[in-house]
Design a protein around this ligand. Structure first.
Ligand SMILES: [Zn+2]
Length: 138
């Protein structure tokens, strides 16, 4: 597998819901994410327009429903993206989100929202503001 970088149609399409996941494909994605020191990696970033992503803490999210916990408000943080090398964007995110009844905050919440955007074909270059600093990528 290779990381697909923008511009590429697979990064801007709304992905389909997968019927099943291939364990070997997932293992290759984890290896690729680790190799690039990513915090997360979504299937379209490796050329597969399917609704799933992996995270650096080892969870696999399949067609997740992201529920914002609005009482915690929003944050604006600089984000990088493995599919947009060398650029950092300030993006507004919910501070806390819930997925499958489990709550995630801080970096995990941001990674989940970033990767979930990939499943809808949304890149940080579209919803964020270009800035200068460097930051971990997902
Ligand atoms: Zn990304």
């Amino acid at each position: 597998l290779n990381i697909i970088t923008a511009p590429n149609d697979v990064l801007t399409m709304v992905c389909y819901t997968p019927q099943s996941l291939n364990i070997n494909f997932l293992a290759e994605m984890f290896a690729l994410m680790d190799q690039h020191k990513g915090l997360g990696l979504a299937a379209p970033q490796v050329g597969l327009p399917a609704r799933f992503f992996i995270t650096s803490w080892g969870e696999v999210f399949v067609d997740p429903e992201i529920i914002p916990i609005e009482e915690y408000g929003k944050v604006v943080v600089p984000e990088g993206c493995l599919s947009i090398p060398g650029e950092t964007y300030e993006v507004e995110r919910w501070r806390v989100v819930e997925v499958n009844g489990k709550r995630y905050g801080d970096v995990a919440a941001i990674v989940i929202q970033h990767e979930a955007d990939h499943l809808d074909g949304i890149l940080i270059s579209e919803k964020g503001k270009l800035c200068q600093s460097t930051t971990p990528k997902s």
